[in-house]
Ligand binder design. Structure first.
Ligand SMILES: Nc1ncnc2c1ncn2[C@@H]1O[C@H](COP(=O)(O)OP(=O)(O)OP(=O)(O)O)[C@@H](O)[C@H]1O
Ligand code: SF4
Ligand SMILES: [Mg+2]
Length: 327
């Protein structure tokens, strides 16, 4: 099983991102992420679950240093990296914090064979000391993601692989630089349901054997329950509830999480998909005010809910939420 939570490897503190959208006449600020705070731990999977447009990928992209945060901090091994643009340090950070995308094609070069795709990161991040070790290193990566016979897979082009095999190569590519953190943004949602489990099991194996910290973004609560130690629920740019996966699913506390879980097929029945569906109207992120983003849809809404975002309430050692019902 996963390692004990001790020191976080990565800390996200009060992270926010505003986008400016529209043209000169329709210009508006989209508050894509507000005040996101959570930690990632070695050997531990944290799932980020929420409706489409709730801000999940924006969080991932800020941590991957693809988007500059509007506010807040990202601490990696205790150092703030959110605003550090020093080239050498950025390259090192990017090797230690790798990303796996929904579409594996986006991280593979289609005109080159698998072998070349795996050699590139080894060269760029100087992971290879002697040229003659390259072949064995590439084969070892393919073995780690169970693509055997390795010679055969190394010589294929990405388009000659199935979707699941391509995602395995993308994972091997991420592993090439020995990352401490993997950010996986919907890594199985484009794959057939029948092969999703194999990829999730591979990632679980990497978590357990190599102590990698995962941030796993998904719409699928069943897979979050299966793979993640902890779940964070996002709604309209805010993380509204977080905690140990099983407890959160068995006993959701935030009214939005309750609604979300009541709308999905029973995630208790194994790894069937249980996709998060949009239930009711999602507020426009350009209009989200100061209060609780769920106020317009909440059956328990109070005056104060519309005035300020509720603070974080610790419900137990492993659970927290942001809702005035639990203040
Ligand atoms: N580059 C951008 N410019 C302007 N707005 C953006 C940009 N990227 C994201 N947004 C907006 O930010 C909000 C959050 O988007 P994001 O992609 O993070 O959501 P998501 O939770 O990943 O959704 P999905 O589940 O569909 O992938 C959305 O309203 C989106 O339109
Ligand atoms: S803070 Fe208020 S509006 Fe928001 S979920 Fe809680 S009770 Fe409902
Ligand atoms: Mg997304």
């Amino acid at each position: 099983m996963a390692a004990e939570k001790v020191q976080p490897i990565l800390e996200v503190k009060a992270l926010s991102k505003d986008f400016v959208a529209g043209n000169v006449l329709t210009r508006r600020t989209v508050k894509a992420v507000q005040d996101a705070t959570f930690n990632l731990y070695a050997g531990h999977v944290t799932a980020l679950v929420g409706e489409s447009g709730s801000g999940k990928s924006t969080i991932v992209r800020m941590i991957a240093r693809l988007y500059q945060p509007t506010g807040g901090q990202i601490l990696f091994k205790g150092q703030d990296v959110a605003h550090d643009r020093t080239r050498g340090r950025l390259l090192k950070y990017r090797s230690q914090v790798q990303m796996i995308f929904q579409d594996p094609f986006s991280s593979l070069n289609p005109v080159h064979r698998v072998r070349h795709n795996l050699e590139r990161p080894l060269i760029i991040h100087k992971r290879i000391k002697r040229r003659q070790d390259m072949r064995e290193q590439v084969h070892s990566l393919l073995r780690r993601v169970s693509l055997t016979p390795v010679e055969e897979f190394a010589d294929k082009y990405p388009h000659q692989l199935s979707g699941g095999q391509r995602q395995r190569v993308a994972i091997a590519r991420a592993l090439a630089v020995e990352p401490l953190v993997i950010l996986a943004d919907e890594p199985v949602s484009m794959l057939d349901v029948s092969i999703r489990l194999g990829i999730l099991n591979l990632m679980a194996q990497l978590r357990n054997e190599q102590n990698i910290a995962f941030l796993y973004v998904t719409h699928d609560i069943a897979s979050a329950r299966y793979f993640a130690n902890e779940i964070l629920v996002m709604y309209a740019g805010h993380i509204v509830e977080g905690g140990a996966s099983e407890e959160l699913i068995q006993n959701p506390q935030h009214p939005y999480t309750q609604l979300l879980l009541s709308a999905v097929p029973d995630p208790a029945r194994g790894l069937r998909t249980a996709e998060v569906e949009v239930v009711g109207e999602i507020p426009s992120l350009a209009e989200v005010g100061l209060g609780c983003p769920f106020a317009a849809r909440c059956a328990h809404v109070m005056d104060k809910c519309r005035k300020a975002m509720p603070p974080r309430t610790q419900l137990s050692e492993t659970r927290w939420t942001r809702c005035y019902l639990y203040e």
